[in-house]
Design a protein around this ligand. Sequence first.
Ligand code: GTP
Ligand code: MG
Length: 369
Amino acid sequence: LRVDESKLTTEYFEQLSRESAELCCAIVPSSEERVRQEVAFRSVLEVARRAFPDASLHHFGSTALGFSLANAGDDFLGKGHTLLEIFVRILTHLKMKDMDLSISLGSNAYDAYTPAQLVEKLGIVMKNAGMRDVKMLTRARVPIVKIRDAITGIRCDIGFQSKLVLYNTRLLKAYSRIDPRFRELVFIVKYWSKQRNINEPYFGTLSSYCFVLMVIHFLQIRGVLPCLQQIAHDGQNVPNIAIDEANVYFCEDVDTLVSSGKWTCTNAETVGELVVAFFKYFSAEFPYVHGVASVRTGSVLSKEDKGWTKDRQQEMNRSVEDPFETTNNVGRPVDKETLFEVRGEFIRASKILCSAGGVGTGAAYEAIL
Ligand code: GTP
Ligand code: MG
């Protein structure tokens, strides 16, 4: 990959930053959307309790974080796109509004049913209660029920995940409160990955969760974000708070972290500069063959040290570590075939971003999407 970055001008980076801000404004969920999510949450809980009277319900993932991309779609109408393009984009936006919900039960329920049986039981009450498009994915890695809420039309993925998903949602939320550039970069990267069809773990590409971890890792390396799992409250030892054999400790009080001066950001790059650098990092700099991006340590770990085998043809697989479940390789869906697709999209975006700057064409993001 050869790109001549020396041609990239300050005006170009400013334009990219402006476009990022515009894109984010267009796609953040409105307050009306949040009210609808609340209504859907309550109706799911009410129905779930018909099957499991002691159920409690938790909201995690992008819609819980305010990272979901809603309400766009209309924006693209009339911008000279073909009907097919508009259709694909609207579908993409619909996909981005899914709520991730997790049910917890009293502990004996887990002995009485297998995960697939829990999902079946839940699916049946959801159908009987008039929820739309009920699908039971009993054979998925994490079995879930997919539904569309009858009143609000909101789609929900409901599972019986471990508590860890709630902790990693909180960790991402803490990072998003430290620096506003993180959230903007996440929007751009998620939006790009969905438009380019490389955000489908079921079809061998990466999950949004994986892309978000890649953004955090990049921003840690760049000095924009600290490593919250390595900062102790007392400035001494990092405590061990064990949940499901993982240490879920992280410094959650980010306001004090920043106000006390324990963390001072030394990176003053604009969002535009960070976007270009992000795509360059993951297309040309990151050591896929030997390295593992680790948000937990704020560094690149070696596959060898982690006991994760190296495989040139599987280089993306085993390249991103879960911050809590350190044995979980978040890039796992990618295989020999899809590797080229995913790497290819990073390289394509990086090339376009760099050459668009060189020739001074407008609408940089239009080009990578
Ligand atoms: P969209 O649904 O695409 O808008 O993005 P999202 O931010 O909701 O991400 P995604 O649906 O990929 O994941 C939702 C949540 O599930 C994440 O915030 C994590 O909490 C959890 N999650 C997803 N994949 C994994 C995984 O491989 N390991 C763990 N521990 N948690 C995961
Ligand atoms: Mg989700």
